[in-house]
Ligand binder design. Structure first.
Ligand code: FDA
Length: 300
């Protein structure tokens, strides 16, 4: 019920555009690392100091105009330059719709190519985040096209899809982030029960650890993390074949703990004015995250 309410709010374009004007509000500052590049670089440096690498997401939703997509691309290019100049341990995560996938495929491909090309110059990886099912095949097409020229690019596979294993086998030679999936999808294409989604997450993660190039295990679920720790030990999977990932601001102690145990750890660091949809999806996933909001409101 609450999940559906927050998911609905995340898709409200009016609220999305209104929120942009007011800076980080409602507790979003706990999970969004600032609104500009100097602020995000500062956050990355703090995480790097604990041995944690970062993947940076310049937040953006509902981009249907070329000038907005071009502005987003320019901002991501600036982030890449800032990563290089500041010599921080970070790479890029981007959403294809933010750089034009809902406008025109070729226009979007050109934008992503420019980003991947600039990142390639500095040996920086670019992850193409996965959005809802409507964008899944076009996103895979971007990866297919870019991989003809570049190796510093990968994507995300969502375990809620019935066909997750099939997608994974298709992209086993890529650096892949595995997630459960954050969008509302129909039962024809996606598991609805948490236990099925979790089971599939473990299944595809084990498969990719054994057969894939590099696995980013992106979950806050300690049960799954503990299971994977045992699995890699049992199968002698070296640390340089995988990493754990979590979102900025969530389970901070566990993030530090995993890094201090010697696992590669990467924090997903979102920043920018367009925080509203991202924040609402996090509340939809876990209404307990409302605690974050309460803390911000009452700790003034
Ligand atoms: P889930 O919400 O299933 O919770 C499982 C259990 O973990 C809970 O019952 C609780 O015990 C514990 N737990 C979870 N969060 C906690 C918290 N904050 N504090 C304490 N305990 C907690 N999705 C997508 O569709 N496309 C994408 O590209 C990405 N990218 C992405 C990157 C990264 C780095 C992450 C971590 C996640 C994504 N996601 C995503 C989101 C993903 O699909 C998923 O919706 C969320 O990670 C929520 O699922 P979890 O497995 O983290 O925990």
């Amino acid at each position: 019920m609450l999940k559906d309410i927050f998911m609905g709010l995340s898709q409200n374009q009016f609220l999305n555009s209104t929120a942009k004007k007011y800076g980080l509000k409602l507790g979003a500052q706990s999970v969004v690392a600032g609104t500009n590049i100097p602020e995000v670089i500062k956050s990355i440096k703090e995480l790097n100091a604990h041995g944690i690498s970062c993947t940076v997401d310049n937040l953006g939703e509902f981009v249907f105009k070329e000038e907005e997509a071009t502005a987003a691309k320019e901002q991501i290019l600036k982030v890449i330059e800032a990563i290089q100049e500041n010599k921080v341990d970070a790479h890029i995560s981007l959403k294809p719709t933010q750089v034009g996938l809902d406008i025109d495929y070729q226009f979007c491909l050109n934008n992503v190519r420019e980003i991947v090309d600039r990142a390639h110059r500095y040996d920086i990886f670019v992850n193409i985040d996965m959005e809802d099912f409507k964008h899944l095949e076009p996103t895979f097409n971007l990866l297919d096209d870019l991989s003809l020229e570049y190796t510093n690019v990968g994507t995300v596979i969502q375990s809620y899809f019935h066909k997750a294993q099939e997608y994974l086998e298709r992209y086993k030679n890529f650096r892949i982030r595995l997630v459960k999936g954050a969008y509302k999808e129909s039962e024809e294409i996606a598991y609805q029960d948490k236990s099925d989604i979790d089971e599939n997450f473990i299944k595809i993660t084990e498969w990719h650890l054994l057969n894939g190039k590099f696995t980013s295990i992106a979950t806050h679920d300690h049960r799954i993390i503990n299971h994977i720790k045992e699995f890699v030990k049992k199968h002698d999977i070296p640390n340089d074949k995988f990493e754990f990932q979590m979102l900025y601001g969530f389970r901070k102690e566990m993030q530090l703990q995993l890094a201090s145990e010697g696992y590669n750890f990467c924090t997903y660091v979102p920043f920018g004015n367009d925080w509203y949809g991202y924040f609402m999806r996090r509340l939809a996933e876990r209404p307990q995250n409302l605690n974050l909001v309460a803390k911000q409101v009452f700790n003034k």
